[in-house]
Design a protein around this ligand. Structure first.
Ligand code: HEC
Ligand code: HEC
Ligand code: HEC
Ligand code: HEC
Length: 364
């Protein structure tokens, strides 16, 4: 009897079992692939229709309400404490209040932001935050068209019926087990959802979506002696962690934005990489200019373990798809969120020349 034959069979069995265990950790087929880059570049996107169905379900938009008349008195002239939406007609203002309620606090209703006895009162923090959120939304739609195009965003893009958007981030404690006994973890080696359970730095957000550290890996010159050394291992790992977050948030592979023949090169990379470049800067701007300054307004139960406010990353808007809400624009039904709309009281009426002709007017 040939024992080595059996030994081989045995090892084949172990191998088969091994691959079965490995495969069961992956996504069950079928998978679908879609060509993304030029033919021959192998730049395909891989989708799993089963997972895709859930993602599509959370990215449906609610039916729009019929528009309100822009005529009639302005909200700024009628109400007492309207600072950012005063240029809307009372009808448009009320329509937006009803929609904001549906988008952000459908269960609690108007009183999530309002003292029901006095709507002008600003004592609830939620109203103070919401006023700033209106300005933030208008800012994104006005000044970040390089990213959101004409599609734009509304409160619903992030909130989807929840007071706290489903996807937010806080600065993570980089040494959750202390630094003496366990050594310095430098924010590593704790598989986290933020980086798809990879053993990459689990907070790629603080350096890039709040700070502006370079997002770089590649050397741009061939030889170390000519200045061609690449970035440090730490920076490389952080860059990959951010890229993993970006891919996961949009539900795409690296080839959606890169010709992987050279990750650093912009020539030959899909145009989506440029959109993403602006997206990184937009998220950073929103976090620095709108979210961080609200830190003292939020109660402590809304803050992270280091006392910071919840912040925005790619997933806050995208929620698993390359265009939030599958590219459907809700903004077109809400032009009030597409531009700044503060109220300026009309100048006092000039004396009516027709009613009181000037003394030296020629007699008829
Ligand atoms: C998500 C928070 C939020 C919800 C929910 C909300 N509002 Fe408001 N409301 C605001 C903000 C913010 C302002 C101030 C707007 C400004 O300064 O331009 C405001 C102002 C008002 C005012 C003007 C009060 C005054 O005299 O200054 C009225 C009236 C009003 N809301 C009605 C409603 C009604 C009715 C509902 C429910 C259908 C509602 N709001 C739900 C945030 C909210
Ligand atoms: C780019 C994403 C984004 C958009 C767009 C956005 N928000 Fe927010 N909003 C956030 C984040 C992040 C928070 C912080 C979460 C928290 O409350 O801890 C927040 C918090 C809030 C809160 C406080 C809720 C609470 O319970 O603490 C209110 C109210 C709110 N937003 C209203 C609005 C309104 C109204 C709009 C549209 C005019 C809007 N938001 C648009 C991201 C967004
Ligand atoms: C949604 C678009 C997008 C996706 C998906 C994406 N990247 Fe990137 N990547 C970018 C952008 C934009 C930059 C440049 C960022 C900057 O300069 O601010 C970049 C930079 C990089 C760099 C640094 C290159 C250099 O100049 O040194 C590497 C490496 C990289 N990405 C790898 C990856 C990997 C690996 C994946 C998949 C896990 C991936 N990227 C997925 C958009 C993307
Ligand atoms: C405030 C919400 C918001 C945030 C935050 C956001 N995006 Fe977007 N993004 C959008 C919208 C809206 C579009 C669709 C624009 C359009 O219709 O062309 C978009 C489009 C894109 C596209 C183009 C997709 C395509 O198919 O052409 C890329 C790539 C992208 N975003 C990457 C990112 C990355 C990476 C981040 C995080 C660094 C990010 N986005 C953060 C709202 C957002």
């Amino acid at each position: 009897m040939n024992t080595s034959f059996f030994r081989q069979r045995h090892w084949l069995g172990v191998l088969a079992l091994g691959s079965l265990v490995l495969l069961s950790g992956c996504e069950r087929p079928p998978q679908e692939t879609v060509q993304h880059g030029y033919r021959g570049t192998g730049m395909v996107q891989v989708y799993n229709p089963r997972i895709q169905a859930d993602v599509i379900a959370v990215n449906q938009v609610p039916a729009p309400q019929p528009p309100a008349s822009p005529d009639g008195p302005k909200a700024g002239a009628i109400y007492q404490n309207v600072k950012v939406l005063g240029d809307l007609s009372v009808g448009e203002f009320t329509r937006l209040m009803i929609n904001m309620t549906a988008w952000v606090a459908p269960e609690k209703g108007c009183n999530y932001c309002h003292n029901g006895a006095n709507f002008a009162d600003d004592s609830l923090y939620t109203k103070v935050v919401a006023r700033r959120m209106v300005q933030m939304t208008q800012h994104i739609n006005t000044d970040w068209k390089t990213h959101v195009a004409a599609t734009g965003v509304t409160c619903y893009t992030c909130h989807r019926g929840n007071p706290v958007p489903k996807e937010v981030w806080f600065t993570a404690d980089s040494q959750p087990y202390g630094s003496n006994f366990m050594g310095n973890k430098t924010g590593q080696n704790t598989p986290a959802g933020s980086v798809k359970l990879a053993s990459l730095p689990y907070d790629p957000f603080t350096p890039y979506l709040l700070g502006s550290e370079p997002i770089r890996v590649n050397a741009t010159k061939a030889l170390p002696t000519s200045g061609g050394q690449g970035e440090s291992i730490q920076r490389t790992e952080k860059t990959y962690a951010l890229m993993t977050h970006m891919s996961a948030s949009l539900g795409v592979n690296c080839t959606f934005c890169h010709n992987t023949q050279n990750f650093g090169k912009w020539d030959g990379a899909p145009p989506q990489r440029v959109t993403a470049y602006h997206g990184i800067r937009m998220a950073r701007d929103v976090n620095l200019a709108y979210m961080e300054p609200l830190t003292d307004v939020f109660p402590s139960n809304r803050k992270g373990e280091l006392g910071d406010v919840a912040k925005v990353n790619c997933a806050t808007c995208h929620q698993g798809v390359n265009k939030p809400l599958l590219g459907v624009s809700m903004l077109k039904d809400h032009p009030e969120l597409a531009a700044y709309r503060p109220y300026t009281a009309p100048a006092p009426a000039a004396p009516d020349a027709a009613a009181a002709p000037a003394a030296d007017a020629p007699k008829q």
